[in-house]
Design a protein around this ligand. Sequence first.
Ligand code: HSE
Length: 436
Amino acid sequence: MKPIQVGLLGIGTVGSGVFNVLRRNQEEIQRRAGRGIEIGMVADLDTARAQSVVGSGVKVVKDAREVIANPDIDIVVELIGGYGIARELMLAAIAAGKHVVTANKALLAVHGTEIFAAAHQRGVMVAFEAAVAGGIPIIKSLREGLTANRIEWIAGIINGTTNFILSEMRDKGLDFDVVLKEAQRLGYAEADPTFDIEGVDAAHKATIMSAIAFGIPVQFDKAYVEGITKLAAQDIRYAEQLGYRIKLLGITKRATKGIELRVHPSLVPARRLIANVEGAMNAVVVQGDAVGTTLHYGKGAGSEPTASAVIADLVDITRLHTADAAHRVPHLAFQPDQMSSEAVLPMDEVVTSYYLRLRVADEAGVLAKVTGLCADAGVSIDAVLQREAGEGERQTDLIILTHNVREGTMNEVIGRMQALPTVLAPIVRIRKEELA
Ligand code: HSE
């Protein structure tokens, strides 16, 4: 049988990885897929560079629409990124009856509902393993391997840039700004790292996982997103003294009143495996009612790790494209007519525990007043740490760990604490996840 024909839109870091891995492992991939998989055409604005990657045997064009219009192309791989032209091209490819593979988490998290509906109607597959946690097959695990389970929660380190920065801050005791500059100098962080450091990239990925885990539509606009830019080295140190590490977690959870979907720095007990995921690595913990806890660990970015995920999708499509569309794995794990309308909860309704750091006057009665405000609101305290004031110092840091409480209640208590004249600086609040 003639190889299935793939058209690549964009051949940068990931596209080159796809080309190289397909070529290197072609024999084994063919034995698995039942048919060869061949890159038949590439579109890239830099045609000369693209041609130098793929050699003279592959047609390279500037205009992605030429790839989509080519009747010989069966699968379009979108590696352009972003919400703009990538959306237009993906919808055009679907309309042309092409199957699509993409690593574009931003596009799926924001426009996924439109894209999956168009694909369903046209009877084509949109595969996106590479969109979440790079080389870790978390989409396949959630959608297929764990399909027996009622998923309870997912918590993941799903942004390598921020995990690298947090690891460096902890190891070297440096503040965020210093480490970010160093990470940019070394090429670990993008020149414009906004999506990474503000938590947006992780929220895109968490949004996609929440849809697959709970059978709800992708709803990036309902996600709570907080990055790591305000984290101070001293909070990492205090957390350490209390037995915790600080990680940027993407969390989605089935709660009593709805679904939680949030990204923010979190204290995690240092003894949890995920707390020990260092550098640019990714890890996702999934809690299912039958399987219990599973941990999925690996490289979340990079040329060949991401290509590994893209090619897995190409193999899936090669195996399944002749099957009746109704017998394929649904895009979001649940049958399209079985999606749930369960609401994503506003952050005030989220229940979690907290780390608070207060800069207070070191005088009689301060601790009693602060803890009294907690008691009045029914906020139970788990631990208190007070830094010993230095010689002649009249201020100190008071660290409080709480038990679980509704975020709305915690906000009210923090407001009252902040109004105390003996609280001398803005209170630092970091959420805490026991992940038990
Ligand atoms: N910028 C992402 C990260 C990689 O730092 O993990 C691609 O998702």
